[in-house]
Design a protein around this ligand. Structure first.
Ligand code: MG
Ligand code: ZN
Length: 379
């Protein structure tokens, strides 16, 4: 047995040793860190992929998830927030005002494309990115001059001035765009040939008449324009299948092109909205399921890349869609309260560097602010 005094001595010795050690530590120059933890600021993304499911509210997302065996690629995303989608002049927004809020950071009137309440042009994040040396792209399953993509590149008082909006594509150096609406470039009422004008500006221009997307090797070309349809692309249920292919080809192309400065791209699932306007559950579900597949492929790409922030949201909900009590997971019965958009808040899913910026509840215009901050761009 150790005598009691011995134990006390041992304890005392330890205290002395620890004190000596502690003392000696304080004499070590501060340049040597006590441990390896250094204060870290969250890493900034090099690239942003903004994905907009037009009309994709929580009802649409839920129905798509159940119809897909209770799974959605959105479950792989790290943070969730909500945005308030109202417009500058109406509580219920249209896609033009909503996309202008994301693209330019201003609440504006319904029908406005990249302009404020006074119809003054406001530079978009795509234009800021472009002038900062980043590569940029737009992809849609509507025409490429439709409200959502148009608001990122064009400035027009009225969303249906499609020929004027198409001409705005020539006023930027956007590196890649893919979508429908070839007729607004090469079969125009004013008879201008914008295919030629684009070629003069360094674009490799192809369309679904000249080349399958699979056969179009983007590498080596300075800029890419691919028109997927003469007017609106067909619904996915009728055979449209380019969005996933186009998105991954575009990401590979933009990454290779922007090794130094990074890229910004917006990828739209345009026709979820059209299923809602048509009050057609099957249309809505098929578009929703395609978009979910595209989100999954984009996340495979971005998570392997590690330098890319992905944001998935919608401009607004369409149809006041709800899943009815007769539904089963395999058989969704939907009902609609409207053939137009509704005012419900909209989920925002984010993943990658600075994704945590997108949690919480905020205005739709804050998505612009947060993306600009993440890319260190200034107005
Ligand atoms: Mg749209
Ligand atoms: Zn709509």
């Amino acid at each position: 047995m150790i005598p009691k005094f011995a134990f006390s001595t041992l304890k005392l010795s330890c205290v002395v040793l620890i004190s000596l050690f502690a003392c000696s530590k304080t004499t070590i120059p501060q340049a040597t860190p006590v441990n390896n933890v250094t204060p870290t600021l969250e890493k900034s993304p090099k690239n942003i992929i903004l994905m907009i499911g037009d009309g994709m509210g929580l009802g649409q997302i839920s129905a798509g998830l159940y119809a897909n065996g209770n799974k959605s690629a959105l479950e792989r995303m790290e943070y969730i927030g909500l945005h308030k989608p109202y417009a500058g002049n109406k509580l219920i927004t249209d896609s033009a005002a909503a996309a202008t809020a994301f693209a330019c950071g201003v609440k504006t009137y319904n029908g406005a494309i990249g302009v404020d309440m006074d119809t003054i042009a406001v530079p978009s994040i795509l234009e800021h990115a472009e002038s900062d040396g980043m590569a940029t792209g737009l992809i849609a399953t509507s025409t490429i001059v439709h409200a959502t993509p148009a608001s990122f590149i064009a400035h027009d008082a009225y969303r249906k001035n499609y020929e004027a909006i198409a001409e705005d594509f020539l006023k930027t150096d956007i590196d890649l765009f893919i979508g429908g609406g070839a007729k607004f470039f090469n079969q125009r009422e004013d008879e201008k040939d914008l295919y030629q004008a684009l070629r003069n500006n360094g674009y490799q221009v192809e369309d679904y008449f000249s080349k399958e997307l699979e056969d179009f090797d983007f590498s080596g070309y300075e800029k890419i324009a691919y028109l997927t349809a003469i007017d609106s692309p067909i619904p996915v249920a009728k055979g449209r299948d380019y969005l996933a292919k186009a998105s991954i080809k575009a990401l590979d192309y933009l990454k290779q092109k922007s090794a130094e400065h990074g890229f910004f791209i917006m990828i739209e699932g345009s026709q979820i909205d059209w299923g809602g306007h048509a009050n057609n559950t099957a249309y809505l579900l098929s578009e929703m399921q395609e978009y979910d597949r595209v989100i999954g492929e984009v996340l495979d790409w971005s998570q392997a890349d590690g330098e890319t922030l992905v944001i998935v949201t919608a401009d607004h909900e369409t149809g006041g869609f709800a899943i009815q009590k007769e539904s089963t997971m395999d058989s969704i019965v939907g009902a609609f309260t409207s053939d137009y958009h509704t005012g419900t808040m909209i989920p925002v899913f984010s993943d990658g560097p600075m994704a945590s910026e997108f949690k919480g509840i905020y205005e739709n215009t804050a998505i612009y602010d947060k993306m600009m901050k993440a890319l260190s761009l200034s107005n």
